[in-house]
Ligand binder design. Structure first.
Ligand code: SF4
Ligand code: SF4
Length: 401
């Protein structure tokens, strides 16, 4: 039996949801067409009708820690069929954005990603940082070589060098001659650790909240949390996430599944490329650029093209779909991902054309895009991949009724 629940409306939360793309939430008159239409909603306690009540009453605590909001794949079937134009799919997307902001700390960063007025700062800081590193690398390479040799000259049998440009690199365009690979790694490794810690702390709270919510609403037969079993369930749902099985059950925006998968697999491909290149550099002592016939280069090129086309299709879909609401937070991550892929491809094309400074310019843009993606990963819409996978794993673990 569910415990007594005392509603605590939060007007600020209603305003937040409206600002994140859920401005239609008050149009809902509770006909339940959306819950009938949703191909993903479970038979017992289906969504999104009950979430629409909670959103229009500003019941933040009923929504933020509700795993059901993550089971929705924003296919738009319910939005298409809603007789009142309340766009329940978009309201749930706005609630998910609010949940990401709620769980990720520090809050100032989470709010900055949602605030267009902070964009110059979010772009300006990495732009200035990488410009500074480029100046040090290009103008003071000799001094850095001496400092590095003094500090690490004897480390690893003298195999460590300041410059990672390979033999004869002065005759080819090597981006480590523009921004040292050491600088790049000294920037991105701490950022990757930071993003991992933010996710870990956020997920710790998130899992407790979705479990409490499921128990309170009678959606699970599990009374306590078994993290080992939950982890196994999360692993179990990963193939489903990769294949977009749930997304493909929807009708209205089924075609969105292709660009989503292209972007997802592009990132997996690029992660493999980064890992292999890192191992080759720091263990094998082989620095790029890699020849075009090298298989790792093929993978990088295929992943890069897939990223540009997939994210480009997503942007086109958003621009042409007049019924779907696209909030600033959606545009932020879409443009970052597109810029990341495009700048990477343009960097390589300019390098192959032998135009060093144009290639370096695109590389600078590329570094800024990577910074934006990883630094703000736990705060941006991209975090939905992590939350959704955990929520789907929880639904499997909890025998969601
Ligand atoms: S969101 Fe639309 S379809 Fe769903 S209950 Fe409200 S009015 Fe009905
Ligand atoms: S957008 Fe699709 S998955 Fe989400 S609630 Fe609506 S019908 Fe269900």
């Amino acid at each position: 039996m569910s415990a007594n629940y005392i509603p605590q409306p939060d007007l600020g939360f209603i305003a937040e949801i409206r600002g994140l793309g859920g401005e239609t939430l008050k149009k809902c008159y509770q006909c339940a067409t959306c819950s009938v239409a949703c191909p993903i909603a479970p038979e017992d306690s289906p969504f999104p009708r009950k979430e629409m009540i909670a959103a229009s009453w500003g019941l933040k605590d009923k929504l933020i820690g509700n795993a059901d909001i993550w089971l929705c794949h924003q296919c738009g079937d319910c939005t298409d069929l809603c007789p009142r134009g309340a766009a329940p799919g978009d309201v749930l997307a706005a609630v998910r954005s609010a949940a990401i902001t709620e769980y990720a700390t520090p809050k100032a960063l989470a709010k900055a990603v949602n605030d267009p007025s902070k964009l110059p700062l979010l772009l300006g800081i990495p732009a200035a940082w990488f410009a500074l590193l480029a100046i040090i690398t290009t103008a003071f390479g000799g001094i850095m070589e001496k400092i590095f040799h003094f500090l690490f000259g004897d480390a690893l049998g003298g195999r460590l060098h300041w410059s990672h440009a390979h033999e004869g690199a002065e005759h080819v365009i090597a981006h480590s001659n523009f921004v040292s690979t050491w600088f790049v790694d000294m920037t991105f490794v701490p950022i990757a650790i930071f993003a991992t810690v933010v996710f870990f702390l956020a997920l710790k709270r998130f899992i407790v909240d979705i479990h409490d919510n499921a128990v309170l609403e009678g959606k699970t037969d599990k009374t306590s949390l078994d993290y080992k079993a939950l982890l196994q369930s999360v692993i179990n749902v990963i193939p489903m996430v990769l294949k977009h099985d749930k997304f493909n059950q929807c009708e209205a925006n089924k075609d969105r599944s292709t660009p989503h998968m292209m972007v997802l697999f592009a990132f997996i491909g690029l992660a493999i490329v980064t890992a292999v290149c890192g191992i080759m550099l720091y263990v094998g002592g082989y620095a790029g650029p890699y020849p075009q016939l090298n298989p790792i280069k093929w993978l990088a090129n295929i992943a890069g093209v897939s990223l540009v086309i997939g994210s480009g299709m997503m942007i086109k879909n958003r621009l042409t779909n007049k019924t779907q609401i696209t909030a600033y937070k959606d545009w932020f991550i879409l443009i970052v991902v597109f810029a990341l892929g495009l700048s990477g491809m343009l960097t390589e094309m300019a390098r192959l054309a032998g135009v060093a400074w144009i290639s370096y310019f695109f590389y600078w843009i590329h570094l800024i895009a990577i910074f934006e993606l990883f630094m703000f990963l736990p705060f941006s819409k991209m975090a939905h991949i992590v939350y959704r996978t955990v929520a789907m794993g929880y639904a499997d673990y909890a025998n969601r009724k």
